[in-house]
Design a binder for this molecule. Structure first.
Ligand SMILES: *Cc1c(COP(=O)(O)O)cnc(C)c1O
Length: 379
């Protein structure tokens, strides 16, 4: 039986991923290489198959959020460069060394603790906080920042190979203040890098581009571009226009389990929030719910696609099921495929569109598709 057990599944288009990689490469300067951000199980797409495809596309640099993710990626990928963007408890220094993983260094104190725990050398990129206010060396002037970075670089068991920072508002190209803020962030880290060069320290990498940076603030000084959301075909800041059109990689599908004719006043689901206005309403029950990551906050708001037509979700979304008004689709029957995210015929619903309905971002929608939803890889 295909598609998957006739319940709920996510289709992951590796062809779309490949196209997106090509498009990102076409935006980048020649000296900038993609560092694919595959944290959180490749934004919910499934890291194993995504990684394999990325390697086939020639991607050599990967970024993750933590040690577990890094070790798991290392198992699939013996040769790739893997950077942990966030904190790793220094007790795990030997795991970093043993798996040849590059650690983001968040402060001088952190570097010193890592240095003390290392056996041989720990590879690292030094994180500079230029305005995100999250992690990294924080100084108001580049001179002092470079001095502190130098102290880290001089530690005997730390092998510093790069300097990086993260943009806070690169996704708002239409707002002058945000554009200037981003420019200042880039200028700051470039200055720190250049000051280190003047001291004779030339690190192989300097990187500050995220997806929004690539799209709106491209800069040839960034040797790596940490591409995340655009690789998966979504917007950094939907619906702010992008320089090229990326293709969404994930679709979410389920099936119709039951079709029924409603009578005036009959209600649907918990709380009876929906009541049929007349005798014409046809309702269809669908095999997906909030436990699959299709948020309950979408109750009464979302639409899905059945047989190429949009149908509204009616009543409250349940844990494992939801109900549609399919009055506009007379041919609907049990077993029909329902597209919750993705394209069917001329209609398309993106994770970004869904996110905007309940006050979140496409990132959270795809990351939130739960573990019980099998990922099916297609071309
Ligand atoms: C998640 C993350 C990225 C990727 O961000 P996108 O907006 O998805 O491109 C890049 N850099 C850092 C430090 C991150 O945490």
């Amino acid at each position: 039986m295909k598609p998957y057990l006739k319940r709920a599944w996510a289709e992951i288009s590796l062809g779309a991923l490949e196209e997106n990689i090509k498009k990102i490469n076409s935006l980048l300067y020649e000296n900038t290489e993609i560092m694919a951000v595959i944290k959180a199980d490749a934004y919910g797409h499934g890291e194993g198959d995504i990684l394999k495809k990325l390697c086939q596309c020639g991607v050599r640099y990967f970024a993750v959020s933590n040690l577990d993710e890094a070790v798991s990626i290392r198992k699939h990928c013996p040769d790739g460069e893997i950077l942990i963007l966030g904190y790793t408890p220094p007790e795990y220094a030997h795991e970093l060394e043993g798996n040849n993983i590059i650690q983001g260094v968040l402060s001088l104190e952190y570097a010193e603790t890592l240095n003390a725990s290392a056996v041989n050398k720990i590879r690292c990129h030094i994180k500079i906080d230029t305005g995100m206010g999250r992690i990294g060396l924080k100084y108001s002037d580049p001179e002092r920042c470079a001095k502190e970075a130098e102290k880290i670089i001089r530690l005997d068991k730390i092998s510093a190979e790069g300097l990086y920072t993260h943009f806070a508002v690169a996704d708002s190209p239409d707002d002058d203040e945000s554009v200037e803020y981003t420019k200042n962030q880039a200028d700051y880290i470039i200055e720190v890098y250049d000051l280190l060069c003047k001291k004779g320290i030339e690190l192989p990498h300097l990187h500050f581009l995220n997806s929004a940076g690539i799209c709106y603030h491209n800069n040839k000084r960034s040797t790596l571009a940490r591409a995340g959301i655009i690789m998966y075909g979504l917007y950094p800041n939907y619906p702010v226009a992008l320089p090229v059109k990326f293709k969404p990689v994930m679709s979410l599908k389920a099936v119709v389990s039951l079709v029924k004719q409603m009578r005036t006043g009959e209600s649907i689901s918990y709380g009876r929030t929906y009541k049929a206005p007349d005798n014409n309403v046809v309702a269809a029950t669908v095999t997906v719910g909030y436990a699959d990551g299709y948020s309950r906050l979408l109750s009464g708001k979302a639409e899905v696609i059945v047989r190429g037509k949009r149908c509204p979700v009616i009543g409250r979304i349940c844990m494992d099921q939801l109900i549609l008004d399919v009055t506009g689709v007379p041919e609907v029957k049990e077993g029909d495929i329902v597209t919750l995210i993705g394209r069917d015929g001329d209609e398309e619903i993106t994770a970004d569109e869904l996110a905007s309905l309940y006050g979140t971002i496409g990132y959270e929608v795809v990351c939130g598709i739960s573990k019980r939803v099998p990922r099916i890889y297609v071309d």
